[in-house]
Write a protein that binds this ligand. Sequence first.
Ligand SMILES: [Zn+2]
Length: 330
Amino acid sequence: MAVTDETLTDLALSRSSLDRVALERRRPEIIAELLDDPSTRVAEIRGDRMRVAAAGGAGVGDTAGDALGLVLRAPEPADRARLGLHLGRDGDGTAYVGVVSTDVGSEPEAAGSGHESDAWLTLRQAGEALAPRDAGVFTTALALANWHSTHRFCPRCGAPTEPNQAGWVRRCQREGSEHYPRTDPAVIMSVVDPDDRLLLGRGAHWPEGRFSVLAGFVEPGESFESAVAREVAEEVGVKVDAVRYLGNQPWPFPSSVMVGFEATTRETQLTIDPVEMAEARWVSREEYRDLLRGGSIRTPSGISIAKRIIEHWLGHTVEDVVGPGTVAGT
Ligand SMILES: [Zn+2]
């Protein structure tokens, strides 16, 4: 593993293992060359789904850990007409190409009972159970596909843009300006009071019982730490003291990277912003465990850094309290 200051390691969507071989993207024919090579592994994305299979004959809904794999295939002729994304090479030099399928009627059905041996799943559904390489392939391809779908016109002059550099650039067809995939940083943070209680909030449009730590987008001209302080002050009216980095992961829903922190405060009086927040409260560890056991509180989904930040404060996993498979993710 690379040298890191992160406390939260092995986050579900931060496990990409491919070498991105960025210099290869400059070769104009690289996608065509890779699609001519039967050893290339193609990861097809339809809408926001990829085809996933369970290991060892299990159903795709019955799995945990590294028990799911992407169904990768050799290139097929139809791929040449699709948007191609050079995702990188593995340790053996095998290339991985994402293809964005826009065939009429290609939108797959939502996942069925979960007992099929393979299914088209979203990254939210499959991400936690995918092995590291495949979690990285899906995360990167989804982020790129999302960006291409919403950047078809030049922000400088309004003319159409076209994919370039193996899917990592869009180029203006009128004046040639180049536009790069964007990633929007958001901060997400635990806030702890002098009694070591955790601040939990429920967003204005979230269902009853769904609580998480606070989060928000970083604004232009702002450091991550300043964004943490501003978001907490805006949403619950509390001034934070120390802010410490915990870890980060890409979050391609549609185009973010979530940067996690823990903050402390001496202020416990909450003044919520009703536009952003439905409610906010302080919980001790014992109260949080009781709420989980009683089923009156739901944690964020397993692929989220939010769940890991809460567990970092709690000192153990949510599953240690309620058992595996009972965490209602969203
Ligand atoms: Zn232009």
